[in-house]
Unconditional design. Structure first.
Length: 295
């Protein structure tokens, strides 16, 4: 089976170790968002007005050093005065396959997103033929106007489209640092999980949107292999989107529930609720097609 992990953080270094683990697990390729866990947000350049411009030195080196094993996404900032140029550079970079937006965990950015402030990025992505990964964290409904206005832009909703899991809400609250942050992020996840997922699945009628199935064990409060509590939610998601529009990602470098990379993978491989074709789409086929990434 051609297995693709659609989310991996890497850097600095670590490519050789990642390839060894991937070989052991049978993972052919991985999509990197370079994000240094010890110094969150790096590597990037700080720009005027609080804007930033990310770089991907580890991911790019890994992709060149291990042909076919790695590609990467480019995290862009709408406040970058040269954001269109950055997107064109991503288009021209040999191993950059998509853009990534982190909107959901910053209330100011989420409000800006709702007001249409990201339309320039969507327009540029459409001009350059680049898909967009977006972390919207429980507010998937805000995507609908963009999906309607930019029907030719392929969008992948990160982390099941759900609010942050209980395990990472305190960290998000700390990073946000507002007086009501802890209360706000706790309240966001109070609705029943099935109800929250239902709102995400309403996006399935838009043909230009797919879903990244990552952090499911934390989000659906089903830690520990084989993560049985995740299975009914995955089944419901596949029935709504079709397996051709759901891609598995381990996000193993930032997974709060403590499973190993093997456990995250084999919780899908060993899931008896999946048919062979569904398993192949979920574990690689969907990512290959959605990103136009040849095996």
């Amino acid at each position: 089976m051609d297995i693709v992990d659609s989310q991996l953080h890497l850097g600095p270094g670590g490519a050789a170790e990642a390839v060894a683990a991937m070989d052991a697990l049978g993972i052919r390729s991985a999509l990197i968002h370079e994000y240094w866990m010890g110094t969150p947000g790096h590597p990037r350049y700080e720009l005027a007005g609080g804007a930033f411009r990310t770089t991907s030195p580890t991911a790019e080196l890994a992709a060149w050093s291990y042909p076919g094993r790695f590609a990467y996404v480019v995290h862009v900032d709408r406040r970058d005065p040269e954001v269109r140029a950055v997107i064109r550079m991503a288009r021209d970079a040999t191993h950059a396959l998509a853009l990534r937006l982190l909107v959901g965990t910053d209330r100011g950015e989420r409000a800006a997103f709702a007001e249409g402030a990201y339309e320039e990025i969507f327009a540029a992505a459409g001009d350059c033929g680049l898909p967009i990964f977006i972390a919207i964290s429980g507010h998937a409904d805000l995507l609908a106007p963009y999906l309607k206005k930019f029907p030719d832009v392929k969008v992948v909703v990160d982390h099941c489209g759900m609010p942050p899991s209980k395990a990472i809400r305190p960290l998000i609250a700390e990073m946000e640092g507002l007086p009501d942050s802890a209360e706000y992020w706790a309240r966001l996840g109070e609705a029943p999980l099935s109800e929250q997922l239902g709102k995400v699945l309403e996006l399935a009628h838009f043909p230009n949107v797919a879903l990244k199935w990552a952090h499911a064990s934390a989000i659906f409060e089903a830690p520990d292999y084989p993560n049985l509590g995740v299975r009914p939610h995955l089944r419901r998601t596949l029935d709504a989107f079709g397996a051709e529009r759901v891609m598995w990602g381990s996000d193993i470098t930032a997974l709060p529930t403590g499973e190993t990379w093997a456990q995250v993978l084999f919780s899908v491989i060993d899931n008896p609720d999946l048919g062979p074709a569904e398993r192949e789409h979920l574990l690689g086929g969907a990512a290959r097609r959605w990103l136009d990434w040849p095996a």
